[in-house]
Design a protein around this ligand. Structure first.
Ligand SMILES: [Zn+2]
Length: 465
């Protein structure tokens, strides 16, 4: 700590800075919270510094998190959510508006901001406004007032904007304000009572199937509406969140090729876990494919290592077969996906200690997101530079200039960075998680990538070891 209250540190490691398009061994010097010097090292000075060791990354951006305040503070508060975010390496989070009451009015945004300010956390809190009043899907929210108050987009997450007419109007209004509609694509008429992705695993387990078409059909519909709206409102933007199926990703890939202003994200769990985890498998998604790229049979492989029906795996959209997870990773590599977003969804034990199909949907994932992505990087599934871009500059670009995020290792500016030991593993446990939500299937498991230091706006957001 220096005289002016900012942090002082000298850190050697492997810097990855997508904003500058550069990675390599560096010595970074932070003085008074400002990134004063970044010396790129070569020769013997760089010995021992590499992409599998200590990493220095721009602060991560999570464009999809649920902190449950107001209304369900037993599951998470803004304070515990921010502590969890910092521990996970995130220096900016965008919160979903499905609180109680919903964030459909500037007064709720003011309340969330006051809670964030009271924590003293340097992690930046952004928020979406609801698309429809009360998230009821009947009439639009006070979108203009919410835009004036500073929301970074609009979403009815937890549900899709079911009415095509409302989606059309929402895209037009939000587009006029330069903000995206962030849609959770799900045709609810196909998913009533659905428990697990429709297919072999759900059939063997006797769980009601959740069809791929429920997501892909909704994606296609919204893209078709966007194509109409954008002719009149060139600023209209559609972001499809937590895509989980090859079919959805194919729709987005085609829409992007056609020049439509559509973006999407993938969660860590949909790229790394599969539906066979519900049966008790715990192998990574890339380990569950055969030589032809088809999902292996976890029963035939003897891959079941945990009890079945772990309700921490109940999530919306559901975990998918390994082929779909592979399509998600292909989307990350080829630019079809713009971001990795956690969909951090903490729940109380009470909401998860029920039969699988009755459990609340969601995984508490903001603290394990970077580790899960680094596991994929270590397996050669996503290049490190691309993975870091998907967690920093990618989501910042989707949110757009009004969010004011500029992730990067910028000289002379307050340091906003994360130091992580990629080769060190840490044990995920209820006690080790800062989130109130302990609902993660990674409990009891050692995962790679221990976050050592997080600086946000020049201040220490998290430090350990
Ligand atoms: Zn959602």
């Amino acid at each position: 700590m220096s005289a002016n209250g900012g942090h002082d540190a000298t850190i050697c490691g492997w810097a990855v800075d997508p904003a500058a398009g550069r990675e390599g061994a560096v010595e970074a010097v932070v003085r008074g919270g400002v990134l004063e010097r970044l010396t790129w090292l070569s020769g013997s000075a760089a010995d021992g510094l590499g992409p599998t060791g200590r990493l220095i990354l721009p602060g991560l951006v999570d464009m999809h998190a649920h902190f449950r305040e107001p209304g369900n503070e037993d599951a998470e508060t803004v304070a515990t959510g921010l502590a969890a975010a910092a521990r996970g390496g995130f220096t900016a989070v965008a919160l979903m508006p499905n609180t109680t009451p919903a964030l459909d009015d500037p007064s709720v945004l003011a309340r969330v901001r006051a809670s964030a300010a009271a924590t003293g956390s340097p992690v930046r809190v952004l928020a979406y406004g609801a698309v429809t009043a009360g998230r009821k899907g009947e009439t639009l929210s006070a979108m203009g007032e919410l835009a004036d108050a500073g929301v970074v987009g609009f979403s009815d997450d937890g549900a899709s904007v079911g009415s095509a007419t409302l989606m059309r109007n929402a895209l037009a209004y939000a587009g006029a304000f330069g903000l995206p509609i962030v849609d959770h694509p799900e045709d609810a008429t196909q998913t009533a009572g659905a428990e697990a992705s429709e297919g072999y695993v759900a059939t063997v387990l006797g769980l009601r199937g959740w069809p791929v078409a429920a997501e892909a059909g909704s994606v296609a519909r919204s893209i078709a509406i966007l194509a109409d709206v954008v002719r009149d409102v060139p600023g209209a933007r559609l972001h499809l969140t937590h895509l989980s199926t090859a079919a959805s990703i194919a729709h987005v890939r085609a829409a992007k090729a056609a020049g439509l202003p559509v973006t999407c994200d993938v969660t860590p769990h949909h790229l790394a876990f599969t539906d066979e985890w519900v049966a008790g498998s715990r192998r990574w998604a890339w380990e569950a494919l055969d030589a032809e790229g088809r999902a292996r049979d976890p029963w035939a492989d003897g891959a079941l290592a945990a009890p079945p029906f772990d309700t921490s795996l109940r999530v919306n959209p559901p975990l998918r077969p390994a082929e779909d997870a592979a399509a998600c990773r292909a989307a990350l590599r080829d630019g079809t996906a713009d971001a990795i977003a956690t969909d951090h969804a903490p729940h109380t034990a009470v909401d998860k200690h029920v039969e699988f199909g009755w459990a609340a949907n969601g995984i508490s994932g903001i603290e394990t997101a970077l580790s899960t992505v680094l596991a994929a990087v270590a397996a050669g599934e996503v290049p490190l530079m691309r993975a870091v871009a998907l967690l920093t500059s990618g989501p910042a670009a989707v949110l757009g200039p009004r969010a004011g995020l500029r992730p990067g290792l910028r000289l002379g500016e307050p340091a906003d960075l994360v130091v992580v030991d990629a080769d060190a593993s840490w044990a995920v446990s209820a006690a080790s998680l800062r989130s109130k939500g302990k609902n993660t299937p990674l409990l009891g498991r050692a995962v790679p990538g221990a976050v050592r230091l997080v600086l946000a706006g020049g201040r220490v957001a998290h430090a350990e070891g």
